[in-house]
Design a protein around this ligand. Sequence first.
Ligand code: PLP
Length: 377
Amino acid sequence: MDRLEEAAVKLPRAPLEDWLRDYYFTADIDISSSGVEPYTFTEVRSLVGLRADHFEALDFRDSPTCGDPGLRVAIARRWDGGDPARVMVANGSTEILFAVLTTLLRPGDEVVVVEPAYHALCSIASAIGCRLVPWPLRFESGFRPDVDELASLISPATRMVVVNFPHNPTGASLADGMADEIADVAADVGAYLLWDAAFHELTYADPPPARTPTGYERAIVTGTLSKAYGLPGLRVGWCVAPPDVVTGCVTVRDYTTLALSPLVELVALRAVENADALLQPRLAQARRNLGLLEEWIGVHQDRLAWVRPDAGVIAFPRLVDMASTDEFCDRLLHEHGVLLVPGSCFGMSEHVRLGFGGRTDELEQGLALVERALKAA
Ligand SMILES: Cc1ncc(COP(=O)(O)O)c(C=O)c1O
């Protein structure tokens, strides 16, 4: 294949996906993933009450571009004020992010984006030719988002502010009220606020603080069934956005996947309508696992430093005296069969992304092998 470098829209490689594409399917133990333990179909059917006759009644027609009307209503009720015109459903939030960014951004636009960031949140804008202004989360500051610093980065040329909280990969989340402070900063210059809320429902605080902006008319909040719901393979994500943004995204869908499968939408509708039945067991497991991880890190403080996440199922510890964790992650995988994500996939080489949302016994085995590899390092 020649001329690949000359593609009209040149998307950079996504190092995280390159790493996972190679190893996610071959590792014995996965303690890298950003979602909870996936459910089996049998478990989903029993938890959300899906019966055989629901499937038998299914008609394999094309679905509407913005998603099944019932599913849009269910999402609008759970995540917004209930207006389905503000909802588009697509094949994962990946497709939604692509649709929103390519619909709203033009070459030369200024985009302020949290750093580090999941690749879709920064690379699409940079491929479009936007000027990216990073809003850094720093390990030295406990990965705490600094809203005053964000305000200092905004200008009248800012077309969009892009954030993701709870955050991948640092696990950072927001204190109460901060989501609206961020929205106020975007509102000052009339910028769109793209809020990736993939991990929104994975929180350990009780009661959970309000962690998405309320009431800013240019906010676009994306969600997914891939992370908190244990349904990454269903491929369902959505945005809640101003209706004109939803309508604008339709054209992109016409050139990507047109619509979701009605079979997928049937399962997704039951999942959203019975959300707590799916969320609670996995959240309880993740909370237990976080306790276990905290204890383990406490014992290994001489080798790892971390910021304990209070939401999501990933932590981003720094390995002491290791300028790059690439070789360590490589050896851990090939000698011990354990998958972590090297921090270089997010431009922070001294760190590793460690997922604690999976099975408890898998986490325990994985940590024991990390300990062994650390001793040999
Ligand atoms: C922050 C964030 N946003 C979006 C996605 C995409 O998720 P999906 O396309 O499965 O909804 C991911 C996946 O890892 C992610 O971490």
